[in-house]
Write a protein that binds this ligand. Structure first.
Ligand code: ATP
Length: 310
């Protein structure tokens, strides 16, 4: 019994870890043969996405555990091609928004509101088409136990080596990979090379650039990137986000300055919204956060990379 329990328990932990980290789970579900919490509705249709397809959250309520509401009536729209940034204290529900848009979880069943893309409720479309339309750079990327090249190419199976290298360059990870004895064939994961938090995030950025989807979710890591890489990658992401509908979850306010709209989230509710200039002029919570971050130069300097398990 114990012998059976340990591997099952391990799979449970692995499943939760990966789910939390917003990795495409299609492959893992097949491997683990786990029942999906979120399934395609009967007769679900592929998502149709056009040049004017905006993303809308309408009065969204959500709780991981019914006793503890996390999102409490959230509404906002990301017009097609624009960026909406979300800032707010740790635990306010920012990453939860990303998990709902990618449909790892559904809004609360009773009166939980709607999330739609181009007017289609995401619960009514196939998960495969939804996930094909969205690229995620999560806070903490989980990599497959495979080559680093495979881990990037996963963004678009069938990509050529030239295409893989081009996005790796854009994500500032090519030189690191090229310097490894086995280059793009280097195995990563439990049995291979361990990457730092920042390196894993750059792999995720490369993967997303290769996928080139119309909708982007960037869940900024608190400390995974050092300042030089952060600035370089921020420029890449800004250019990658050009013309894409982007949800940017940010810890550093410097990354949100150019967003068309900034939402300040507190305890699962939007307490302020506007552009950077409007929010500074309003002299409220955002303005205070901005003043605080500017007075703490250490907050934008590199923190030690967390020792994440692969
Ligand atoms: P941070 O800035 O620290 O990344 P956040 O604003 O992104 O925080 P979320 O990750 O959305 O916050 O979490 C919101 C709340 O939901 C937190 O209190 C967190 O503990 C809780 N939470 C997150 N994931 C789960 C889960 N899988 N099960 C139960 N509670 C969860």
């Amino acid at each position: 019994m114990i012998q059976l329990y340990i591997p099952l328990n391990f799979l449970g932990v692995l499943y939760r870890e990966i789910k939390q980290n917003l990795v495409d789970l299609e492959k893992m579900f097949t491997l683990l043969s786990r029942e999906r919490e979120v399934a395609d509705a009967p007769g679900a249709q592929p998502l149709r996405i056009g040049a004017n397809s905006s993303v809308r959250f309408e009065d969204v309520h959500f709780a991981y555990d019914a006793a503890r509401p996390i999102l409490r009536g959230l509404s906002f729209e990301i017009p097609a091609g624009q960026t909406v940034a979300v800032v707010g204290p740790s635990g306010s529900g920012k990453s939860t928004l990303a998990r709902l848009l990618y449909r790892f979880y559904d809004v609360s069943p009773e009166g939980g509101g709607h999330i739609s893309i181009g007017g289609q409720d995401i619960r009514s479309v196939t998960q495969a088409s939804l996930r094909a339309a969205i690229g995620i750079v999560p806070q903490d990327t989980v990599l497959f136990n495979d080559s680093i090249g495979y881990n990037i190419a996963y963004g678009r199976p069938g990509a050529t080596q030239d295409e893989i290298e081009a996005v790796a360059r854009a994500a500032r990870i090519h030189d690191f990979i090229a310097g490894l004895p086995q280059g793009y064939q280097t195995q990563v994961g439990e049995r291979g090379l361990k990457l730092s938090g920042g390196e894993k995030q750059r792999v995720a950025i490369a993967r997303t650039l290769l996928k080139n989807p119309p909708i982007l979710i960037f869940d900024e890591a608190t400390s995974a990137l050092d300042s030089a890489n952060e600035r370089a990658i921020q420029a890449e992401l800004e250019s990658a986000a050009q013309g894409k509908t982007t949800l940017l979850i940010a810890h550093r306010l410097s990354t949100v300055v150019h967003a068309q709209q900034i939402l300040v989230l507190e305890a699962g509710q939007v307490v302020e919204r506007g552009t950077h200039a409007q929010l500074l002029a309003a002299n409220g919570r955002y303005a205070r956060m901005w003043a605080l971050q500017r007075s703490e130069p250490s907050s934008s300097s590199p923190a030690p990379a967390p020792a994440h398990p692969m």
